[in-house]
Ligand binder design. Structure first.
Ligand SMILES: [Fe+2]
Ligand SMILES: [Fe+2]
Length: 193
């Protein structure tokens, strides 16, 4: 990772210390690099945006997280708070590292709607949205989500399968999701045989 991205990660880390966000963000960053490689896009926008997209969760008490996100959420307005607070914290961090000021606006715009905005603004925005959701198909996150939602393996498998067509903007993300889904299905079969 480029030095400036490492510095942003370092400053983001204390805010990722909740909701397993350090793991989720690490995996999403890896996926964002894979998508940039296949789809194009500007790493100078996408990488800071994906590193910083969830820093706002740190401002929401952990006992409220499960009503704010996921399949059992009942208070979507709390979910919006993590975007708004995320923009505020991300701005501070980007200014602290003296990030290219011409790019800060676009990065913050992406963070502001990464969950609540259903349409995408640009290719960069698509890649951040896709990398974020794609992490749910990763083995480590899959198991975190099973515990978090108190789901069975099959229930979580059905959930991510049912969203495969609707969640993603890019072909590459859908392709990776399909492959990971097959891997999760095979793991389930292995435990049953
Ligand atoms: Fe988020
Ligand atoms: Fe996220």
């Amino acid at each position: 990772m480029k030095k400036i991205f490492e510095k942003i990660w370092e400053l983001a880390e204390p805010y990722l210390n909740t909701r397993d966000n350090k793991i989720h963000t690490r995996i999403s960053v890896k996926l964002a690099y894979q998508l940039l490689d296949k789809e194009g896009g500007d790493p100078a926008i996408v990488i800071p945006a994906i590193i910083l997209h969830d820093v706002g969760w740190k401002t929401i008490p952990e006992n409220l997280h499960l009503v704010a996100f996921g399949p059992k959420a009942t208070s979507p307005e709390l979910n919006r708070v993590h975007e708004v607070e995320g923009v505020r914290i991300a701005k501070e961090i980007l200014e602290q590292v003296q990030y290219d000021h011409r790019r800060i606006g676009e990065i913050l715009e992406i963070i502001d709607g990464h969950d609540s905005r259903e349409e995408s603004l640009s290719l960069n925005d698509k890649l951040v949205k896709d990398a974020d959701k794609l992490s749910r198909y990763d083995k480590e996150i899959f198991h975190i989500d099973i515990r978090r939602y108190n789901y069975t393996y099959e229930q979580e498998l059905n959930r991510i399968r049912s969203h495969l067509e609707g969640w993603f903007f890019t072909k590459s993300a859908k392709k990776i999701a399909r492959k990971e889904l097959r891997n999760r299905q095979e793991e389930l079969r292995d435990t049953q045989s």
